[in-house]
Ligand binder design. Structure first.
Ligand code: FES
Ligand SMILES: [Fe+2]
Length: 349
């Protein structure tokens, strides 16, 4: 009922989290996206990252990610609003104003507005950065790894159409999602409404390399082309190039012909141990492609994956290689799991 009189918060590790304390401190050291920039502006937004409740808001100075807890009496800032000038977030409880650095700029109950504001009246803020149309947050002061390097997404010419796919929330761990996104053998079974080819389930040995940022994989696949509004069916051989930036960000490049290419950028952001926010952006240079059609196709594709991925048990990806039985097609996930454990120390007690 009461926190002890000598209680102080000594760790950021959220009480009651199902993520182990070891894994939490490691994952908190990576950049994770928490929102599309296009979602920010009018109101402060609540988001959860690694079981930590954050408020994100955008002032004229820039965007801010802070603990969703007012320094005064702990109310959620995300229930508040932006002030008329758009410079401060306003707490809904007693109206304290906080600027983009999380510093309190106004205490409305002061009779004399010149009275000093206590220096400790400030929000706990985290590092955040806008890139690729996303707001990324790192809960630690020193990120373990830089953001993914995706120059084409940052600076594509007029020949490319950029499509933001509406954010998804999966009841699955981020690693289960990430493995699924980089799994080729499932395509012929799961994607029967989209591009999967049940007649082509064999998977030849494929190229997999470790890179400075993660894993690189390349292989051909014979997709089925299904008409959107009719029953027409054809086949097309495509070339998949996967570039994973640890821990959960993938650039999947699909070459349809020498001239026609799409990129599917997919980032899994761990809300909690068993819930993941999915941020996806596509780029395509296919003539005549429309954003609506592309987004719709991606949402159907996701709906095919989500049923299976949410069914996987255990929900955590086992980093003990003996816990699941692997086959040659699993070369990617075997290396992925090995690296999560050996490069970063995930899965240790
Ligand atoms: S709890 Fe936020 S102003 Fe009092
Ligand atoms: Fe899939």
């Amino acid at each position: 009922m009461y926190l002890p009189t000598n209680h102080t918060d000594t760790t950021d590790y959220p009480a009651g989290s199902d993520i182990s304390e070891n894994d939490w401190h490691i994952l908190a050291g990576f950049w994770h996206p928490v929102a599309f920039i296009s979602e920010l502006g009018e109101k402060p937004l609540p988001v959860r990252l690694l079981d930590t409740d954050l408020v994100i808001y955008k002032t004229r100075e820039g965007s801010t990610a802070a603990k969703d807890q007012c320094a005064h009496r702990g109310a959620k800032l995300s229930l508040g609003w932006m002030d008329d000038d758009g410079n401060n977030v306003v707490c809904p409880f007693h109206g304290h104003h906080y600027n983009y650095q999380g510093a309190c700029t106004k205490i409305p109950s002061y009779v004399d507005q010149n009275m000093p504001i206590p220096a400790k009246m400030r929000l706990t803020t985290y590092q955040s950065i806008e890139r690729y149309g996303l707001l990324w947050v790192c809960l630690k002061d020193k990120p373990l790894r830089p953001l993914p390097e995706w120059p084409l997404l940052e600076n594509h010419g007029a020949g490319w159409l950029r499509i933001e796919i509406p954010k998804g929330v999966w009841q699955a761990s981020a690693s289960r999602h990430c493995e699924n996104f980089n799994d080729i053998a499932h395509i012929s079974w799961v994607h029967m409404k989209t591009f999967g080819n049940r007649q082509r389930p064999q998977l030849a040995d494929y190229k997999l390399e470790r890179t400075g940022y993660g894993l690189h994989m390349e292989l051909p696949y014979i997709e089925v082309e299904r008409g959107f509004n009719d029953d027409s069916i054809g086949e097309r051989e495509v070339w998949y190039t996967h570039d994973l930036t640890y821990p959960y960000a993938t650039d999947l490049k699909v070459d349809y012909t020498e001239e026609m290419t799409s990129h599917f950028y997919d980032i899994a952001s761990p809300v909690s141990a068993e819930e993941t926010a999915i941020f996806q952006i596509s780029l395509t240079n296919i003539p005549g492609a429309t954003a609506e059609e592309y987004a719709q196709y991606q949402l159907v594709t996701n709906s095919e994956d989500i049923v299976v991925v949410e069914s996987q048990r255990p929900q955590f990806v086992p980093l003990n290689p003996g816990m699941e039985v692997s086959i040659p097609a699993d070369k990617f996930s075997i290396q992925y799991r090995r690296d999560l454990a050996q490069l970063f120390g995930l899965g240790q007690l």
